[in-house]
Structures are given as structure tokens and as C-alpha cells.
Design a protein around this ligand. Sequence first.
Ligand code: CA
Length: 228
Amino acid sequence: MPKVLIIEDELNIAELERDYLEVYGFDSDIATTGEEGLKQAKVNTYDLILLDFMLPDADGFELCKELRKTLDIPILMVTARKEDIDKIRGFDRGADDYIVKPFNPNELVAPVKAHIARYDRLINREQKQNIIQIRGLVIHSGSRQVFINGEEKTFTAKEFDLLHFLGTNPNIVFTKEHLFERIWGYDSTGDNTTVTVHIRKIREKIEEDPSNPQYIETIWGVGYRFKK
Ligand code: CA
């Protein structure tokens, strides 16, 4: 189901947008401030963003620019003021389209559908599916990037490989031997403590409290399990 992020400070409008979209089979999340919107856009995967031009804590253009730093998905500006339209049209590398308030269901849903369909043609689905997301943790397989609650963390090659392997095989217990062979290979020097050391380093980066891990659990006497 396509998912839309609605960034809109007026809750009644945000809910109206959500309801209209729901009828047409779109799922949506609502963020009522620019800051919250940015955060949600970083930790979740969306197909399109509906961005209110006038937010109390953010300028629509600035927020759009910020979102564009990491996102390629269509961004549709929503404005109540006709005088904003020319500005939005003239804004380079920003919004893909605009919607004028008040709108009827079709005026909202038609451009949303059209932009999502166009974007899907541009980016193949496979590339989008290369993202593993578990709660606040996002792992990008292609670019080998890891984000925790929207913040990017730096990983060594082996740390990434280990986290990626566990993340793609959630809820399965792996022994240290298995993980070592899988990530380092039979011929590598090192032993199971290499795995322990790497798990500790990964936890320091992704866990709020590494001594009480929420992602990678220790199964005593056996190994590790990625909790989904
Ligand atoms: Ca507003």
C-alpha cells in the first residue's frame, strides 16, 4: 500500500487529507510540525510527501530543501494562498507540484496518484525494497548506510556486514561460529571473540542502552538474535 507523509499543522486539514487518501487505498502518517516531519521522513519509508507551505516552525521552501537532501520522492506543496503558487512554480529543485486549499477529494488524490505512479516508473521497486527498517533502525543495503532515529552512524565494513546479515534474518538465533564463518569466512584469522567485539561495537552505535539491547539480543550459551 503506498504511504504518504502529511506535514500539516492544522490537524483538521491533515485528517481530511488522510481520510481522502484512505478511500483511495493510501496509507498516511501525520506530522504537525516541520521538525517532526523531517524526523518521520528520515526514519520511515514514504512514497510521497504532502507539505503544508505555511508551518509555524518552518518555512515551506527551507523544509522542502532539507527533505530533498536525502529524499527523491515526490513532494507536493499544499497552500491556501494563491500568491504562493507563482513562488512554488518558480522554486527550483523543490516541490513537484502544488495543491490549493480548499480542495475536493479528486483535487488532492489525482495529483498524489499521478506523482506516485510516475515516481514508481522512474525508480524500480527493487531499489526501494533494499531498505531494511526495524523500528528506529534503517539499513540501506545499496549505499551501506545505517540510520538510528534519523541519525546516520558510521560502520566499518564488517560491522555493517554483520548488522545487515542479522537484520535480513530477524528472529533467528545464530551461533557465534555461524556468524564468524558467514561474515569473515572459514579462512580468516580470528575467532568467535571477533564476533563478540563487533556485536559490542554495533550495539554502542544502535542501542540506546547497550547493556539492555533492543535490537540484537544475546541468547546465552547459544549466540545472537536480531529482534524484530
Ligand atoms: Ca499551515
